[in-house]
Design a protein. Sequence first.
Length: 117
Amino acid sequence: MAHPIQNKIGTVFIPVSNIEKARDWYCDILGVDVVGEIQFGHLFVLPMEGTGIVLDSKIYSVDNIFKNPAFHLNTTDIEEAFQFMKSKGVTLVTDIEHEHYFNFRDPDGNMLMVCKC
């Protein structure tokens, strides 16, 4: 019998305080066009490859922001990714660690990670 729960992550929800500003910031950082509409006044589905990201202003509170990275964004060039984020004025929490990853915060304070694959 097949197991009813798949071993696959569909979507990660990120709490954001302002859905429009978060949408624009994430689309800029990820280099994707703003595609689609804000749904139900509080959700925006980022156009991702693989696991999805949904920005959600309804679940936002200071207590709900990611204090540790819940996932990482991929890069093939960690140095270039680090310099790119630095040039964008993104709050970098760490330097490149072990030549492999770094942590940063989005405008709402969510801790995120970029990792070399």
